[in-house]
Design a protein around this ligand. Structure first.
Ligand code: NAG
Ligand code: NAG
Length: 238
């Protein structure tokens, strides 16, 4: 019901602004380079854990619901500045299969070279098996890294974790047993938009292990994301 309302809102937005293909046109269009500072990479801190996430607009950061659902407070570090979180928005109570959260910062950020959002494409895109993606994370040592990662068939994650994936999830990983696990790490792809290549957010990591990881499929949550960012009424978790 709430997702339907948000979808309608998105539809209305698209009719009003034919050129509105990105959530925020100030987003970083280029893919992240290995070892480069990534302007949208967010470090999420809660009293019990740290996760990755991504800045998607002046006042919203996206991460995994499991990172923040049981926490009373959280804050976000972007580049070297720390921003307290005002609200946590969840899609539903089911943070295992709908593992996505939007954090509204108390104050909007001011964009600068190392603080800018990742692009969110406001249209349908299907991810094929074998597609090469990139996963960016802080890394356990605190040093950000971007690695290429391959989209696997869902059956591969089923055999690794024993849980069936739904259409809101993406299975991806490495052919070797490299560690891909880092909750909330953003998964991105080069997408073609208006004849230009734009690097867009495709997933947020939910859980994983050596070699194989499950991501929430952002492309299935676009209506909900637009609804929250543009302040359509949704479920609020304090
Ligand atoms: C989270 O990161 C902060 C800052 O780097 C660190 O002080 C803290 O110990 C980390 N917390 C956990 C639970 O790992
Ligand atoms: C969410 O949890 C509350 C309280 O446990 C429950 O009453 C409600 O039905 C749940 N909603 C959904 C969508 O699962």
């Amino acid at each position: 019901m709430m997702i339907a309302a948000a979808c309608f809102f998105l539809f209305a937005l698209l009719i009003h602004q034919e050129s509105a293909q990105l959530l925020d046109w100030n987003c970083v269009k280029d893919p992240p380079d290995h070892n480069e500072r990534v302007p949208w990479l967010a470090f999420i801190m809660t009293p019990s854990k740290n996760c990755s996430g991504a800045l998607i607009s002046k006042q919203f950061v996206i991460t995994a619901a499991n990172c923040v659902v049981a926490e009373k407070e959280s804050s976000v570090r972007l580049n070297s500045e720390v921003y307290p979180v005002q609200y946590t928005y969840l899609t539903s109570n089911d943070s295992f299969t709908m593992d996505i959260a939007l954090l509204k910062l108390k104050e909007p950020v001011i964009y600068k070279p190392y603080v800018r959002p990742i692009c969110i494409l406001l249209s349908d895109l299907v991810l094929k098996t074998g597609r090469i993606l990139k996963d960016t994370r802080w890394g356990l040592t605190g040093s950000p890294a971007t690695k290429t990662i391959t989209k696997f068939k869902n059956a591969k994650c089923y055999s690794s974790f024993g849980k069936r994936l739904n259409e809101f999830q993406i299975c991806a990983g490495y052919s070797n047993n490299d560690q891909c696990e880092e909750m909330g790490s953003p998964l991105g792809i080069d997408a073609n938009s208006q004849n230009a290549n734009i690097y867009i957010l495709a997933g947020i990591q939910s859980y994983g292990a050596l070699g194989t990881c499950v991501y929430s499929n952002i492309l299935r949550y676009i209506g909900w994301i637009v609804g929250v960012v543009l302040e359509v009424d949704v479920f609020v978790h304090h």
